[in-house]
Design a protein around this ligand. Sequence first.
Ligand SMILES: O=C(CO)COP(=O)(O)O
Length: 214
Amino acid sequence: MFILVNLKAYPCDPIEVATAARDVAEASGARIAVSPQAADVARVAETGVETWAQHVSPNGHGSHTGSTLAEAVADNGAEGTLINHSENRLKLADVDGSVRAAERADLETIVCANNPAQVGAAAALGPDAVAVEPPALIGGDVSVATADPGIVEDAVAAAEAVDPAVDVFCGAGVSTGEDVSTAGDLGAAGVLLASGVAKADDPEAVLEDLVSGI
Ligand SMILES: O=C(CO)COP(=O)(O)O
């Protein structure tokens, strides 16, 4: 199970979380990545933790003010990127463009989706993985795998029907090792989470609990 910690725009210290994630990954052998804001990608990557962007633009170099180029985040140490997070939704053509831009920059890709139908559409675009995150459960206390196990199973089936090579992640409300374990039992290859770590008083303790469920 891959654990990806999305720091969103939370007011946490990205270096504290990155350092904790690096240490827990090294000690446990688990794959843990941290996804900071674009401005923090370089210094998070410098800690040695696997670093992901939260978004990349569909365009390449040129007259595109406000872009987050896949090439730029890759040059600054990112190894992958989220695309189409529920809080940063794109048009279908731009999801495709962002996946292609990430591929050109050798970034791994996870395309987020709200429901199994969108998972199928996202899988058709050929990312490395898709993630189902029901918006109503994001930021809540109950894990998607507990609150709505059927949505995870249906997402796994939807991706499998389109492209069995595309992994399926789930996210929303994940905060414990038991949540990780339950997600794995439903067929998820990993979890996305944010508030459980970004808002924690002791992010390292939360991460240690999370990897206990792998
Ligand atoms: O959106 C999420 C991860 O990308 C999930 O957020 P929470 O873990 O805060 O529910």
